[in-house]
Write a protein that binds this ligand. Structure first.
Ligand code: ADP
Ligand code: MG
Length: 266
């Protein structure tokens, strides 16, 4: 039975999609079977993994509306993870789900048919706290909150945690907050650290180490259809995501060398 992680923050541009594709690739390197779910109508995850959302006939939209089972829609990607892709059709899904009973559970139920084929499912949530994100959180065991460390970032975290509490109370009591993942991190200023310390204290939330530094290598990756683990595998950003993947998989460095070889330890 797979462990399901949602990556959520209602703010756009905080590296949700980048974190999903990078963690997915890093977990795949560790020998884990990974399914990525694109829950954003902008379909950036689908695009960045080398698929053209405009050319796809079937997508997560058909699955959420109960037209197709998830297994029929999942596609392999060059990075090695499988993907439940999105298209712009997903934008209309939110409105269609609103009139449905049990609308918060449709993703969880759809994934139930295929989760046994995977060790991890990573869900890329859209930049909103609407019914799609609620579906992601309802299907998840844990949520990771990417955070760009700048003034007022904490406000979004508060709103997201309120939503997490609602989800726990109403649709998914087992949901756990894994922590805040500092992204687009600028280690040269004390400001980023100060923002992180403030968020950790204010919300009693775990800050996941190490931060993922801001780097131009990330901007280049999506256009190639591969994650940064392939395009810049030895960059600091790739190493940071590998560390997070090891922690998620529960592997210490010694165990990793047994699984994936010493190349993963650099
Ligand atoms: P979200 O899914 O939260 O909207 P994205 O993952 O799409 O955010 O990232 C937004 C932009 O920031 C993208 O252009 C991405 O390539 C870039 N980006 C992500 N992480 C980094 C990083 N560590 N350094 C520099 N650019 C990054
Ligand atoms: Mg995104």
């Amino acid at each position: 039975m797979a462990r399901v992680l949602a990556v959520a923050n209602q703010k756009g541009g905080v590296a949700k999609t980048t974190s999903v594709s990078s963690l997915g690739a890093a977990l795949t390197e560790l020998g884990q079977r990974v399914l990525l779910v694109d829950l954003d109508p902008q379909a950036c995850l689908t695009f960045s993994l080398g698929l053209d959302p405009d050319a796809l006939e079937l997508s997560v939209h058909d699955v959420l509306l109960g037209r197709l089972s998830a297994g029929l829609v999942v596609l392999p990607t060059a990075d090695g993870s499988d993907l439940l892709p999105a298209t712009i059709e997903l934008a209309g899904c939110e409105a269609m789900l609103l009139s449905r009973t049990g609308r918060e559970h449709v993703l969880r139920l759809a994934l139930a048919e295929i989760v046994d084929d995977y060790d991890f499912v990573l869900i890329d949530c859209p930049p909103s706290l609407g019914v799609l994100t609620i579906n992601g959180l309802t299907a998840a065991d844990e949520v990771i909150v990417p955070l760009q460390c700048e003034t007022l970032s904490h406000r979004g975290v508060g709103q997201l945690l309120d939503t997490v509490h609602d989800v726990r109370r109403l649709t998914n009591p087992r949901l756990r907050v894994r922590g805040v993942l500092p992204t687009l991190f600028d280690g040269r200023t004390a400001h980023s650290r100060a923002v992180l310390a403030d968020v950790a204290a204010r919300y009693d939330i775990h800050v996941l180490e190490p931060p993922v530094a801001r780097s131009v290598r990330f901007a280049e990756a999506p256009g190639t259809g591969r994650s940064i683990l392939t395009t810049a595998g030895r960059s600091k950003g790739a190493l940071a995501y590998r560390e997070h993947a090891r922690a998620i998989a529960g592997l210490d460095p010694a165990a990793v060398s047994a699984v994936g070889g010493s190349a993963l330890l650099v």
